[in-house]
Design a protein. Structure first.
Length: 136
């Protein structure tokens, strides 16, 4: 790896992963405290399931607006995407996320956390100024 690329990757692992995880946990807590009313009405159709917010998207352009939230239902591991375009009726798309998808996601999160921890515990090796090669 080139030196600038290595520094960028180290910075991303060291600071980007914790920020992304903090945003994810913050969105989960925010959803628990104040859930979108449209999502509350749709999720009431699944009384025996516990919903966890795993993704959200907002798009506003001119007079058009789209809001979408994706929930993972436990224990069925079913994924629900709730989308509202311009205040119309919500569209609900269900998909079987499955154990394989949850396992793959948790594996990637564990790898990202591991990389971040490794970069925090192993500082970059910087050559002291008196040992650098000087150019004529």
């Amino acid at each position: 790896m080139t030196d600038p690329l290595a520094r960028w990757f180290r910075f991303l692992c060291k600071f980007g992963v914790p920020v992304i995880l903090a945003l994810f946990v913050g969105s989960l807590l925010s959803d628990r405290l104040s859930r979108w009313p449209v999502a509350t009405s749709v999720l009431s159709r699944y009384p025996d399931q516990t919903a966890a917010l795993v993704g959200f998207r907002y798009h506003v352009g001119g007079n058009n607006s789209t809001r979408s939230e994706t929930y993972l239902l436990f224990p069925s591991l079913q994924s629900l995407e709730i989308t509202v375009v311009n205040g119309a009726q919500p569209m609900v798309r269900e998909s079987a996320h499955g154990l394989l998808g949850v396992t793959a996601t948790l594996l990637w999160v564990a790898v990202a956390i591991g990389l971040s921890l490794w970069h925090w515990r192993h500082p970059a090796e910087v050559t002291p100024p008196n040992q650098r090669l000087e150019r004529p």
